[in-house]
Design a protein around this ligand. Structure first.
Ligand code: SF4
Length: 229
């Protein structure tokens, strides 16, 4: 499968935030979020073919047993199933980060679901040529529910740009069952400290009011917005 990067870093988002982890970033995505922070795995996919054996050899050199499969969109690549199977058999805890628009019966320990709100739609970027397809595909409640039902653990992470995004978040959650507020994470959109700090102030207050988790972007604070982190 085409891999944009394999690297060792600190998990910056979610329930396992702070855990040193091996990351496998697949290249290619069925969405085109306007604020995508990994365009080299979506808008302009880069990378080379790597075998499962080569991936396992690469990540086994690091002192961690936490593996994170991210993208791009892992769930549009059928090779993800044998990759995750091999990782679990090798003793890794496996997190999959997905927008949850497509389901594959993948062995996983933590399904990190990130449904995309309308703030992601690229209405003007590149003349809006991806806007219609993105809008049509960005949200699939039955797929999100399938992940919730089938995964041993899950989290639902929303990228928030404006306070008004909360209305849409409530609407999405209203279509789902089997979750509790502690499974829901609200993360400020942003790839630089100043924007994250400004949005974190009011987003933290929303989390306190609603009982959702606040989700910092620890890797941005530690390393800035750079590939390989
Ligand atoms: S789903 Fe993720 S990888 Fe794909 S365009 Fe959106 S932010 Fe980028």
């Amino acid at each position: 499968m085409r891999i944009a990067e394999v690297f060792y870093s600190i998990q910056g988002e979610g329930k396992l935030s702070g855990v040193p982890s091996a990351f496998v970033r697949v290249s290619g995505c069925n969405l085109r979020c306007v604020w995508c922070d990994t365009p080299y795995a979506s808008w302009e996919p880069q990378g080379e073919e790597m075998s499962i054996t080569a991936i396992l050899q690469r990540i086994s050199q690091w002192p961690t047993r936490h593996a994170v499969i991210t993208g791009g969109e892992p769930m549009i690549m059928s090779e993800i199933v044998p990759l995750c199977d091999a990782l679990q058999r090798g003793g890794f805890h496996v997190t999959i980060e997905t927008a949850a628009t497509n389901y594959l019966p993948t062995p996983v320990d933590l399904a990190s679901l990130s449904p995309k709100l309308s703030n992601s739609t690229p209405t003007h970027r590149e003349g809006g040529r991806f806007a219609v397809a993105h809008e049509k595909n960005r949200l699939n409640a039955s797929v999100i529910q399938k992940f919730i039902d089938e995964s041993p653990d899950f989290q639902i992470k929303f990228v928030v740009c404006e306070k008004s995004d909360l209305d849409e978040i409530r609407e999405v959650l209203g279509q789902l069952s089997g979750w509790s507020p502690s499974d829901v994470l609200l993360m400020p959109e942003g790839i630089d400290r100043a924007v994250l700090e400004e949005r974190s102030v009011w987003l933290g207050e929303i989390c306190k009011r609603e009982g959702f988790r606040f989700c910092p972007r620890l890797h941005i604070l530690l390393y800035g917005n750079r590939p390989g982190t």
